[in-house]
Design a protein around this ligand. Sequence first.
Ligand SMILES: Nc1ncnc2c1ncn2[C@@H]1O[C@H](COP(=O)(O)OP(=O)(O)OP(=O)(O)O)[C@@H](O)[C@H]1O
Ligand SMILES: [Mg+2]
Length: 361
Amino acid sequence: MKINYLQLHNFRNYENLKLNFGDNLNIIYGNNGVGKTNLVEAIYALSITKSFRTNNDKFLIKHGQLSTKIEGEVETNTVNNYEVIISKEGKKVKIDGNIISKISDYISNINIVLLEPEEQNIFKESPSSRRKLLNIELSKLEKDYIIYLNIYNKILKQRNFYLREAYLNGNSSKEYLDIITKKLVTYGLKIYEIRKNFIEKINLYLSDLYLKIFKQGNLIVKYNSDFDKSEQEIIDRYNKNYNREVVMGKSLYGIHHDDLIFYLDNQNIAEWGSNGQQKNAIFSFKLAEIEVIKAEKGMTPILILDDLFSALDNQKVKNIVNILDNQIQTFITTTDLNKISKKIIKNGKIFNIKDEEITEV
Ligand SMILES: Nc1ncnc2c1ncn2[C@@H]1O[C@H](COP(=O)(O)OP(=O)(O)OP(=O)(O)O)[C@@H](O)[C@H]1O
Ligand SMILES: [Mg+2]
């Protein structure tokens, strides 16, 4: 999979920009603040329809403008034109000029894997950030995943609402709750299965990749879920805890509590790992994902390495670049071209950003 060209209109600091990319390595270099991350953020947003830096799409619109358009031509088995248009009124996405009304029909098409320094924060944040990682990665891989997740979240809201009502009124019908619970478990188990399968596949590659970058340590990732039980066991657990749930006013079990725990040599890396170990762990996870996408979709995703030199020492970045399949279209941003070995640069297309201009070197 590769992106042939990208065209931006009023995106971040870019007013109008069109770039043709190389099939393999694309290196984007320039000083701090010139718009390197903005550029790869646009490629990411073309795929996911969202930024990796902000939850508020409006920040993507150039200051003082009303809307932004990201457009690109992406080549898989076919060549298609993709568009994401963001305005104050909302977001529109198009494939080959046709508006796509279901977002799940859009985002499963362009597979992007992103490595960036902030990613390491998932070890410091709450489980919801690890679930967000799962959700983003799986929405690219499994078309139905987001649909199931949206249904689950809707049922969860209903169920929580019902539990609060039961607390306030005391006379609500348990039969009605049982119907909602059954639905919650049905959809929860669908999501559980997809997440479990994904993590099993990630583990096939994870420790090997970690070793190749870091040269020592055994890394595995464990998927923790309340739903690692049979349907009946889960329902029994809800029944047993009915009164507690009513008092708390919320559903105490479910895939909305899922978590990922990374173990390095049997120690939880969130608690014991050094900064560097944590970075390498999440990067290894992302590189493992490339292998999973290759196996599942029969093609390589597009890879973005944003500012890796500020996160890792040169040798580790070299180790990462050496692992990469040279078929994979890769975008690397850096402030210093000298940090990238001559051998790698030789095969790349190089873009320099300076004074609001991008020139091919
Ligand atoms: N919505 C926006 N409209 C106009 N300019 C913006 C907008 N959002 C961000 N910018 C500008 O983009 C620049 C930051 O770009 P970016 O983060 O891509 O830099 P960078 O080249 O990756 O820098 P670094 O090397 O520090 O990572 C800032 O100057 C910022 O003011
Ligand atoms: Mg940057």
